[in-house]
Design a protein. Sequence first.
Length: 185
Amino acid sequence: MKIGYARVSTQDQNLDMQVDALEKAGCDKVYTEKMSGTRDDRPELTRILRDVLRHGDTLVVYKMDRLGRSTFRLLELTQQLEEDGIEFESIQDRIDTSTPIGKAMFRMLAVLAEMERDIIVERTQAGLQAARARGRVGGRPSTPKKAVEKALKLYNSKEYSIAEIVELTNVSKATIYRELKKRNS
């Protein structure tokens, strides 16, 4: 079975061109979504991947960027498809993983994406080292110890709920629970 997925980024955009191309490509069913490709929580795509596609099916998109904006996310999705025995086809990009050449093209893209990811990690590490050499430390500022102590005293008094303690002290729920766990260990 061929399942089509069409997506536009905003409510103002029109899906007709993609839907027409997917139907012309022989899709048995076409799912549509109006949501940014940078978001990971795309309900229709999630539903297709989880509930609709089965071993031997083909997921068809008009263009690869309809499936996801980041190369990493695209590769993650297509690797999942391959593991599940599902083929992938991109009409405009002329990629069809059911053919040897399509599979090879896609794997070459995967290699390039992995290299891109490695370069980003390398640059990030170099930037962090340079910042540390200048005496700068990254990360969120820690919660002042006095505020944490006050939050724990309020908790121990058993007169306040966690939500009230958070509101009174500006100490996050996670910090309170983390400190309680430390002290009870």
